[in-house]
Design a protein around this ligand. Structure first.
Ligand SMILES: C[S@@+](CC[C@H](N)C(=O)[O-])C[C@H]1O[C@@H](n2cnc3c(N)ncnc32)[C@H](O)[C@@H]1O
Length: 348
């Protein structure tokens, strides 16, 4: 959700960095910016406090050889067939309504078996699996769902009843191999992924980053955890708990406080000659329904007082239904912002 197109990081990485430089996105989401950096021969570093975003980013910045991924999927499949008879599924109606008993048993096995925190091949397989958990075609494992994000459990229950949906019998191992065929690409350089709060990036050294290119949360109150409760179930994470760790507020004073700490950390990790690019969309004031230029607010109230200066004039990017990236609302812009603004900053 709230994704930016690869062309945005691509443009700034080309413009403001060289081969081998360290590029950071501390709110990396699905990992677009760090992947783009690695594709362009830079070291892409992604960070996101949401474990789901972390897995997607980690898989993109450290892509294992395809043979090793295939071998691991086949090996998991063999272990599963050996143990199949003794395995059980979960007793959770929210998950059971989405998958056939056959598919769920495999999912539960993989949920216990995949070491996505510690093994890069398992991280890659987990990321692929999260991608096919639910959707609206036969390549997905669930009942047909109209959206790629997770609607509330009761809404999904009603939807299944209204549309008379039956859980499909899908083989997860086969679906993973198919997904691998569709998505696999060799990436030039390896990067890093972290799962920390963007205000305290403990793994990143002072002045080490040549370019920050990121899109922080806005004041639009998007519950990234709740909107992904199905994928988070696979990672054994409670969506509510995940949301508690993410910035989520419509209050401008709280946003200012949060972003001030984010910019303090940017200052610490950024090289003296480095560049800092923030993509921030306009938001609507709930009471007056007027548009707020959040990027300008951040520049005036946060970045300037922190000592940054504008390297270029602010860029305004008007978004229409053709250019938007997120398809979660189908073919219309839905609740996506109308204007994105890009602030390009430098130290001093
Ligand atoms: C606007 S989205 C970024 C989307 C990304 N540019 C993409 O293309 O997928 C903001 C991200 O910030 C993350 N986030 C929210 N609060 C955070 C925090 N305190 N520390 C780190 N990440 C946080 C959310 O999980 C979300 O992925």
């Amino acid at each position: 959700m709230a994704m930016f197109p690869p062309s945005i990081p691509n443009y700034f990485i080309h413009k403001y960095s060289d081969s081998g430089d360290l590029i950071l996105d501390q709110f990396s989401g699905r990992g677009t910016a760090p992947l783009e950096a690695c594709v362009l021969g830079r070291v892409g570093i992604g960070n996101d406090k949401n474990p789901l975003a972390y897995v997607l980013t980690a898989a993109k910045v450290n892509v294992p050889p395809i043979k090793e991924i295939k071998d691991r999927i086949r090996n998991l499949s063999d272990i599963y067939r050996d143990r199949e008879k003794s395995l059980t599924t979960v007793d959770d109606w929210k998950i059971k309504m989405l998958y056939s008993e056959y598919t769920l048993k495999q999912l539960c096995f993989l949920r216990d078996e995949l070491s996505w925190r510690t093994d890069y091949i398992d991280t890659f397989i987990t990321a692929m699996l999260l991608g096919i958990m639910h959707g609206n075609s036969h390549s997905y494992l669930s009942i047909k769902m109209p959206n790629t994000f997770s609607m509330a459990p009761n809404y999904v229950k009603q939807y299944i009843e209204n549309h008379n949906l039956e859980q499909p019998k899908r083989d997860v191992f086969y679906s993973l191999l198919k997904k691998l065929e569709r998505c696999y690409q060799v990436v030039k350089t390896k990067g890093m992924a972290y799962n920390e709060d963007a205000r305290r990036l403990t793994q990143i050294s002072n002045s080490s980053i040549k370019l920050i290119v990121t899109s922080p949360p806005y004041t639009r109150v998007i519950r990234y955890g709740d909107f992904n409760w199905i994928r988070l179930w696979f990672l054994k994470k409670e969506s509510r708990e995940v949301d508690k760790g993410l910035f989520c507020s419509a209050s401008l004073p709280k946003y200012k406080e949060f972003m001030s700490e984010v910019f303090e950390e940017c200052w610490r990790v950024l090289d003296d000659e480095g560049t800092c690019v923030f993509v921030i969309g306009d938001v609507k004031d709930k009471r007056s329904d007027e548009s707020i230029n959040l990027a300008n607010f951040i520049w005036e109230e946060v970045a300037k007082p922190a000592g940054f200066s504008l390297k270029e004039p602010m860029i305004e990017d008007r978004i229409n239904d053709e250019t938007k990236v997120s398809k979660i609302w189908g073919n219309t812009r839905g609740r996506a912002t109308k204007v994105d603004r890009v602030i390009i900053l430098t130290k001093g």
